[in-house]
Structure formats: structure tokens, C-alpha cells
Write a protein that binds this ligand. Structure first.
Ligand code: NAP
Ligand code: GLV
Length: 310
């Protein structure tokens, strides 16, 4: 039987190996850097493998991201041209992401930052109650994660819109699409949630002009990738008061370096890339299905477009 190669920074090879072997008992599961003969590897399940590491695997037929994002795969300029690229699309992760988005949306909506400051000053002060139906939430990216978040936020009564490449029909969620409609989407968004994939088209999308297109007092929540945000532009918008607060789960450099201004900024909450973690218990079945298909010469589900890079 051909072999599966595993590499991760955070995920346990023991846990993943056990979960896959429970379903394919004779699986030849190899953990980087113990590759053995590279020609044995037909399926690679990985996260952030050092670029150039796959080049000797001449029989590699499928690279499966150990997460929903695949930007880490495309960092390798030497991807074997014949290998298909796929990713996890896990409802467990969508639920986790929507929970995290809701946590931050509700905190901003219910004046959590203002009450935190009043608490710090030991001030008992009542602010006017916010109106849910008047709070405009905007989700950048309406895919597996953004679509779930948008529909759950809409179910709570918020005024929700989303922006994607192609038009979407998700219940009451207003659909904006394409570059031409980005500004109109931003103009009507009080709480911006980024769930885009990182591609050449989306890198740096949250910058001085897009931030300026948001209404004064808007909030920014990012769980896409750190590279979606131009950090200096967000910091300047926070300091000027144009942006009232930010919740960030992803960063240009992870772990976020101790000297980065986000850590100490009173309007920023830093999370260590935990909004939707990969989960062997929930995702092993779909990875097993992919391995079985690839070893049988078939295409797996959840393939990624190499051109679009997502
Ligand atoms: P997905 O299903 O591929 O959805 C991507 C969405 O972004 C789609 O709606 C797509 O539009 C839209 N999009 C892509 N490029 C665009 C562009 N140039 N202009 C407008 N819209 C564009 O991805 P997903 O599974 O929801 O995941 C999204 C991202 O979340 C991942 O790539 C990853 O970076 C991040 N993530 C973070 C965590 C975390 O823990 N922080 C966990 C998982 C994932 P179309 O549908 O019209 O093509
Ligand atoms: C995590 O960031 C993922 O892409 O799954």
C-alpha cells in the first residue's frame, strides 16, 4: 500500500495516526521527517511543511491541508505539478468559528469595550441599550466558515451582509460580490468580520482605504489570516478613533512577537489562532475518505483551485 506523510506544528501525529488507522488498519502512516523512501508517499496530510520538502516525492498525488486554509501549501514554489490540493471542510470547525465570531460580535455590540473601561474606573454608568436590528454586520468571505457565521448572526436579528467573489443566496443575508461592490459593502458595515482565504487577491485587503470606507466607530474582527490586515493602518485607525475596537485571531507572524503594539493596545483583543482548531475526531472520516479515493485513482472531495489558490 502507498504511504501517507503527516506534518504539523500543533496537531498530534499520535492522535491523527490512531484516528486514521482505526479506519484503515494497515495504513502506512509516516511522520515528517521520517519519510523513508519519498517515492512511497502518495498522500500528504500537512500544515506548514518547509518549502521544497515535497519535491522528491515523485508519486505524490494529493496534498491535504490539515486545516481549512491552504495558503501555507502555496508558500512552496516547488509543489509537484501532478499533485491535487485539497483541504478540510469540517462542520465542527464551522461551528467553532461561528461561536468565536458571535462572541466578539456580541461583545462589541453590547458595548463590552465601553463597560470594560467604566469597570476599570469603578464607574456605575448605564449606556443607552443598542438595537440589534440596526447593527450592521458584514462578513468578508461567504464560504464554508463565513456562510455559517453570516446565517447564525442573521438568526439573532442583526442586519447582515456578506462579500464574496460570486453572488450568494443565504437567507436574509444581503449579498455583495466582486471588487466593484466592496466599497458599498464596507459603507454599510458596523462590525466587519474577515473570513477570507489568503490569496494574491485578498492579501492586505484591510488597509487605510477600506478602513476609511467603514462608518466611524466600526469594529474589525479577523480570523482569516494576519496578512489580510495592514497592521500599521489598523493601528492608525484605532488611534484616530475611526475604528472603535478589534478582535484578532491571526497575525503576520505567529506567535505574535512580544513587542508588537497589538498586545498592549486597549482597543485590541489578541487571540492565539484558536477560533477554529483542526480536530482529528471530527475530521478523520473525511481524510480517510480522501485517502481511499486517492489510492483508488479517484479525485477526493474539497479540492482547491490551483489558479485561485483557495
Ligand atoms: P472557503 O469555503 O474557500 O470560502 C472562501 C470565501 O471567500 C468564498 O465565499 C469566496 O468567494 C470568498 N473569496 C475568496 N477570494 C475572494 C476575492 N478575491 N473576492 C471576494 N471574495 C473572495 O473558505 P473557508 O473554509 O470559509 O475558510 C476561510 C479562511 O478562514 C481560510 O482560508 C483560513 O484562512 C481561515 N481560517 C481560520 C481559522 C482560524 O482558526 N483562525 C480556521 C479555519 C480557517 P466565492 O465563494 O464566491 O468563490
Ligand atoms: C486554520 O487557520 C485553518 O486554516 O484551518
Amino acid at each position: 500500500m502507498p504511504a501517507v506523510l503527516f506534518h504539523s506544528l500543533n496537531e498530534s501525529p499520535v492522535e491523527w495516526g490512531a484516528a486514521l488507522k482505526e479506519r484503515i488498519p494497515d495504513l502506512d502512516f509516516r511522520v515528517w521527517p521520517d519519510v523513508g523512501d519519498p517515492k512511497d508517499i502518495e498522500f500528504a496530510l500537512l500544515w506548514a511543511l518547509p518549502p521544497g520538502s515535497l519535491v522528491s516525492m515523485s508519486n505524490l498525488r494529493c496534498i491535504c491541508s490539515l486545516g481549512q486554509g491552504v495558503d501555507h501549501v502555496f508558500l512552496d514554489p516547488d509543489l509537484p505539478p501532478g499533485a491535487k490540493i485539497m483541504r478540510l471542510v469540517d462542520p465542527w470547525m464551522a461551528r467553532a468559528m461561528s461561536e468565536w465570531m458571535l462572541l466578539n460580535i456580541l461583545r462589541f455590540h453590547r458595548q463590552g469595550l465601553e463597560y470594560q473601561e467604566l469597570e476599570r474606573q469603578r464607574l456605575w454608568k448605564v449606556l443607552p441599550a443598542p438595537e440589534t436590528s440596526e447593527r450592521r454586520v458584514g462578513v468578508l468571505g461567504l464560504g464554508a466558515l463565513g456562510g455559517d457565521t453570516a446565517s447564525k448572526v442573521a438568526a439573532l436579528g442583526f442586519d447582515v451582509a456578506g462579500w464574496s467573489r460570486t453572488r450568494k443566496l443565504i437567507g436574509s443575508v444581503e449579498s455583495f460580490h466582486g471588487e466593484d461592490q466592496l466599497e458599498a459593502f464596507l459603507n454599510r458595515t458596523d462590525i466587519l468580520c474577515c473570513l477570507l482565504p489568503l490569496t494574491p487577491d485578498t492579501a492586505g485587503i484591510i488597509h487605510v482605504d477600506t478602513l476609511a470606507a467603514l462608518p466611524k466607530g466600526a469594529f474589525v474582527i479577523n480570523a482569516g489570516r494576519g496578512q489580510h490586515v495592514v497592521d500599521e493602518d489598523l493601528l492608525a485607525a484605532l488611534d484616530s478613533g475611526h475604528i472603535a475596537g478589534a478582535a484578532l485571531d491571526v497575525f503576520h507572524q505567529e506567535p505574535l512577537p512580544p513587542e508588537h503594539p497589538f498586545w498592549a493596545h486597549p482597543k485590541v483583543q489578541v487571540w492565539p489562532h484558536v477560533s477554529a482548531q483542526s480536530n482529528a475526531d471530527s475530521a478523520a472520516a473525511q481524510v480517510t475518505d480522501a485517502i481511499v479515493k486517492v489510492f483508488a485513482g479517484l479525485d477526493p472531495n474539497n479540492l482547491v483551485d490551483r489558479e485561485r489558490q483557495y
